[in-house]
Design a protein. Structure first.
Lengths: 427, 325
């Protein structure tokens, strides 16, 4: 129920250069050609006339003694994007975020914000703001003063209008004089967002901001945050272990595993074309089938498996495949159609098919989830939408799984086939 | 309604639940045996208070009443004392000993400020910077309590002895010239001067300042420091706007725990000061034990108590602790 508005608190200069760093030298001049020199940041150096990326990490890494928390990481986050760092706990995503915020000194590499190298600057001089996991609201200050904190530190005297607008944006106007402990978790979360956003940072960092909320509120806040980001147009970097959250909110997701970025891209692209077993298993669920390339013809790989032949478009195979080479053929559970064995004749020709027996089924409302044991692997998962429920599909029934070969993706077989599955359950 | 009743029955026995309110309302509709159980449970908090209340009655209320009656008696040790409602004793006592009152309050106020100045950085360091040495340093703060108050004060007599290294050094670097000019020492002596008494008070009451300060600082979430830094606060501003306000309950508790006993103290004034540094505690002590003028001693005690109570009330009002978390 908010009225559309422009950038909150638009009294100060809303140009990209309005970095809130108190000292002049932290304010990047957008037009002064401070784009990073080509070569130093070869991974993602922008062309000279393009606006500098909001965040540019060059070989940023963190080691604790012999333990590498974050392997040297090159990353460019375009201005105005909603970027998610997704990974299980302990994968280095929060450490990366804290290095961008200046709360953790990196052991290698550099951080550039809006084209300006801030690696050596302490947190309080960086034009970034963070929404902390536990919100870290100041318990002795009321909501108004919490939100005004950043403005006051920058010596802005008349904060009333800006704070009022910001509290309206997060729909907390009437609670301005409450103390944080008098607010619900969802309200505290919005105060934390408001307190950070009011400073119009170059980048807003969100460290698992929805982790403490219950599921329903979390869904609501996901949409809320997405709405706020669209309204204010500030670059968001969001750290989360919840793949659904990352896919719902972000326009670019970087999947991190063991201190490295495994894969980065738009959510749909990551989901449809995972490049590793970790991504395939961590983002949603995948059925991975061990296979061998029998022949290559016309852009299609013909595979042999323990349960019969499969075909796979060569373009969707993440590894170069030669005849005789091993690959993992993957398919998402919702792409599969489940047919009773008696109906096998009615399956159109040219589809990938695997036979098996239903081991388990669970009805979850919109769909029924089947677990099927088959010669190609135990516990294949199939999600069947509840349109016309076939009463014969009960545990023990002999079935045929079939899907469009276009929906098959290929992965390097030299990986742990179960990578990412445990973490998925933990999340 | 039955929902509330079940919930209150499920509460573990002995938990000091609300003795009135919803519990009472729910018990009205309860079967008799559950109502009896609810009544018993409501009694539990009072039973737990019994020992403490008895202690207060015997050792606080009774002596207070006795002292109050003593303060309005007249008579002599030989003839015996009688209650004659002689309130003039209060006025006479105040009139005769107001310099000691003023001195007591001044010395203990200065000692309290010094304790805060020394204790706050100490507590801050222990809470945020000591890491695994935290317990060791805390132990060192408490260690003096393992020996008696008297011995610790006597040790200062040695430290500040006229020919001792400390006084010789201070004399040598002409610090004593400055302090003598300020009137807190006399000549090349530190013993038997205001400085010695304030030193003793500061030393003896420092742990009472450090412990509550440490407790309140230790509760300050380190992530708030990060949040403040993230919001452009320099480390000093973070301290001024976040850490210090959050430690105010500790500051209030520490200053009270230092100021109140220090203003009634007489050991430091007796051992480290001369007759010119007598505090009101010394006067009360000698009136009770040497002069044996009980009414005056009791009246002085009550005046001291009233003054401290007034100061503390004003102080707590001003500090506004009820506003703090």
């Amino acid at each position: 129920m908010t009225t559309p508005r422009t950038t909150p608190g638009s009294t100060p200069d809303p140009a990209p250069g309005s970095a809130p760093g108190a000292t002049p030298e932290t304010v990047p001049a957008a037009a002064s050609g401070t784009a990073p020199a080509p070569g130093t940041d070869s991974a993602a150096a922008p062309t000279p006339d393009a606006p500098p990326d909001a965040v540019l990490l060059g070989g940023l890494g963190k080691r604790y003694g012999s333990f590498t928390a974050v392997h040297p990481l090159d990353l460019a986050v375009p201005k105005g994007s909603f970027f998610a760092l997704l990974g299980a706990s302990g994968c280095g995503k929060t450490t990366t975020l804290r290095m961008i915020a200046g709360l953790e000194p990196p052991t290698s590499g550099s951080v550039r914000l809006g084209g300006k190298d801030v690696t050596a600057l302490p947190a309080y001089k960086r034009p970034v703001n963070t929404v902390f996991q536990n919100y870290a609201l100041f318990p002795h200050l009321d909501i108004f003063e919490n939100v005004a904190f950043g403005l006051r530190r920058r010596g802005i005297k008349s904060v009333k209008k800006q704070v009022g607008e910001m509290l309206d944006l997060v729909q907390l106007g009437p609670l301005a004089r409450r103390k944080p402990h008098q607010l619900s978790g969802g309200q505290q979360q919005r105060v934390a967002v408001a307190r950070a956003l009011i400073n119009q940072p170059e980048v807003l960092l969100l460290d698992e901001p929805l982790g403490a909320l219950d599921l329903k509120l979390r869904r609501q806040m996901q949409l809320e945050l997405k709405r706020i980001q669209t309204e204010v147009g500030i670059t968001f970097i969001h750290v989360t272990h919840d793949q659904e959250e990352a896919m719902t909110m972000a326009d670019t997701v970087a999947v991190m595993n063991a201190g490295r970025v495994e894969q980065m891209g738009a959510p749909a692209d990551l989901y449809e074309n995972p490049a590793s077993t970790f991504v395939a298993n961590f983002l949603g669920t995948s059925n991975l089938i061990e296979a061998e390339v029998a022949s290559v013809a016309g852009g299609v790989l013909h595979l042999t498996t323990a349960g019969g032949p499969l075909t796979l478009p060569a373009a969707r195979c993440a590894v170069p495949a030669a005849v005789g080479g091993k690959v993992l053929a993957g398919v998402r559970p919702e792409k599969i159609t489940l047919a009773h064995r008696d109906d096998e004749q009615r399956i159109p020709a040219g589809r990938n098919r695997v036979t098996g027996r239903i081991a388990d089924s669970s009805f979850i409302g919109v769909s029924t989830q089947f677990v099927v044991d088959s010669p190609v692997g135990a516990a294949l998962e199939v999600f069947v939408p509840n349109v016309d429920r076939d009463q014969r599909l009960v545990p023990g029934a002999e079935v045929v799984l079939h899907w469009n070969p276009e929906h098959t993706f290929g992965l390097d077989a030299a990986q742990d086939i179960d990578a990412g599955t445990d973490e998925e359950e933990a999340a | 309604m039955s929902g509330t009743a079940t919930a209150s029955v499920n509460r573990p026995p002995g938990s000091p639940g609300s003795p009135n309110g919803s519990g009472a309302a729910a018990s009205a509709s309860l079967p008799p045996e559950l109502a009896r159980a609810a009544r018993r449970r409501r009694l539990v908090p009072y039973l737990l208070l019994l020992a403490g209340v008895a202690w207060l009655l015997v050792f606080f209320v009774a002596p207070m009443v006795y002292q109050a009656s003593t303060s309005v008696q007249t008579g002599s040790l030989e003839a015996g004392f009688k209650v004659t409602w002689h309130f003039a004793t209060y006025w006479d006592a105040l009139h005769a000993y107001w310099p000691q009152f003023v001195r007591s309050l001044a010395y203990s106020a200065i000692a309290t400020v010094l304790c805060l100045a020394i204790g706050y950085p100490l507590a801050y360091t222990i809470a945020f910077r000591a890491g695994r040495w935290r317990n060791v340093v805390m132990m060192l703060v408490i260690a003096p309590f393992f020996t008696s108050f008297l011995i610790r004060t006597l040790a200062w007599e040695t430290i500040l002895a006229d020919q001792g290294p400390v006084v010789s050094f201070l004399n040598h670097v002409h610090v004593l010239d400055v302090t003598s000019w300020l009137g807190v020492t006399s000549g090349d002596r530190v013993m038997a001067t205001p400085l010695a008494v304030v030193c003793g008070l500061t030393y003896n009451f420092l742990p009472f300042m450090v412990l509550p300060l440490y407790t309140s600082l230790e509760r300050v979430d380190g992530r708030l420091h990060e949040a403040a830094g993230d919001l452009y606060a320099t480390p000093f501003t973070t301290f001024r706007k976040v850490t210090f306000p959050l430690s105010l309950p500790g500051v209030v508790a520490g200053t009270l725990l230092t100021f109140i006993p220090a203003s009634g103290d007489y050991i430091n004034a007796e051992l480290l000061g001369s007759t010119n540094q007598k505090m009101v505690g010394s006067v009360i002590q000698s009136q009770f034990l040497r002069v044996l003028d009980y009414p005056t001693a009791a009246a002085l005690s009550f005046i001291l108590m009233a003054v401290i109570l007034a100061i503390v009330t004003v102080y707590i009002r001003r500090a506004g602790t009820e506003e703090l978390v």
